[in-house]
Design a protein around this ligand. Structure first.
Ligand SMILES: Cc1ncc(C[n+]2csc(CCOP(=O)(O)OP(=O)(O)O)c2C)c(N)n1
Length: 331
């Protein structure tokens, strides 16, 4: 059985390690042709996802984007059904019909992602509205990139959330690029967080490599949202190590030594140093590292052993009233 440490610091480390291992395996099996479609890895941004999700309750909502393998893992999702979804298997979180960019797992409040940049923002605002109308104190957190903040959906979602004082946290993971376009070429201000001013919304800028700092910033926003104080925009400055999508066979932009400089502030290495400095034993840390590797291997074995969905299942779960199956597909 997987050891689940009670200590919050080790739990954060555990979730970051699970993401790192998951992405390493996902990239390898994608290169081997086992994963259909494109694959956007989260490696390098682990502290942002984990710091944010650790500040949420299990019943809070979370919405991701196209770079979202890490988000449900950070929210506590089981790895097997996530890996199975990447492989298009029936045991996947979306029964194999979503793939890498659609990893909804409602069991942990993960409402899912779409490949349409910015589209999760109004979805998260809608979930926040639902939580408010139902009289709960649940909050809704949305992850999106710097590129998404140039989409209309960002402005529409933040405006409505502010006007209706919705319990939402908008978390921009500013990793410096949208595909290969540097953020400075398409955003006219240094800090995306400043866009909150136009909606009268509080904001924060946080070091996205520091899991504790992200947790603290999100916890403050969550407390405000639960207390009826409305939404917050948080900008986490972070970095993705890989190309926009992996295994493309070409480099879209040569980032030179920049990647190495960011690796110097790798979120997992930084946190390991902090844990050990605070007295956590190396043995406890290494146990977590081994378990993360084993858990991801087990997830892959589970996914590989699973079946592909029946082709007629394509018509299930699309509308409330099941679609009729075209006669030419039946026998
Ligand atoms: C509406 C829309 N426009 C363009 C694209 C193509 N596209 C896919 S990902 C991406 C960049 C997104 O950048 P960002 O939001 O910063 O996220 P990151 O990939 O850096 O995590 C673009 C332009 C898309 N999928 N949807």
């Amino acid at each position: 059985m997987t050891h689940r440490p009670n200590d919050l610091g080790l739990e954060k480390y555990r979730r970051m390690m699970r993401i790192r291992e998951f992405e390493a395996v996902a990239e390898a099996i994608h290169a081997a042709g086992e994963v259909p479609g494109s694959l956007h890895t989260y490696t390098g941004q682990e502290a942002t996802g984990v710091g944010a999700c650790i500040a949420l309750r299990d019943d809070d909502y979370m919405v991701g984007n196209h770079r979202s393998h890490g988000h449900p893992i950070a929210k506590g999702a089981a790895l097997g059904p996530l890996m199975a979804e990447l492989l298009g298997k029936v045991t996947g979180v979306c029964k194999g019909k979503g793939g890498s960019m659609h990893l909804s797992d409602f069991s942990v409040g993960s409402l899912g992602e779409t490949s349409i940049v910015g589209s999760g923002i109004p979805v998260a605002a809608g979930a926040a509205l639902g939580a408010k109308l139902q009289g709960t104190d649940r909050v809704s957190l949305c992850f999106f990139g710097d590129g998404a903040t140039n989409e209309g959906a960002f402005h529409e979602g933040l405006n409505l959330a502010a006007v209706w004082s919705l319990p939402a946290i908008f978390l921009c993971e500013n990793n410096g690029y949208a595909v290969s376009t540097p953020v400075s070429q398409v955003v006219s201000i240094p800090d995306i967080a400043d866009r909150a001013k136009s909606y009268g919304m509080p904001s924060a800028i946080v070091d996205g490599q520091d899991v504790d700092a992200v947790e603290a910033a999100v916890a403050e926003a969550v407390a405000r949202a639960r207390a009826g104080g409305g939404p917050t925009l948080i900008e986490a400055k972070t970095y993705r190590y890989a190309e926009h999508a992996v295994n493309m066979g070409r480099v879209l932009r040569d980032r030179g030594t920049e990647v190495d400089a960011w690796r110097e502030r790798d979120p997992i290495t930084l946190y390991k140093a902090r844990l050990t400095a605070n007295g956590t034993s190396l043995e406890a840390i290494e146990t977590i590292e081994r378990e993360a590797k084993a858990d991801v291997e087990a997830a892959l074995a589970f996914a590989r052993a699973s079946d592909y969905p029946d082709q007629l299942a394509a018509f299930d779960d699309v509308f409330v009233d099941r679609l009729p199956i075209p006669h030419y597909l039946v026998n």
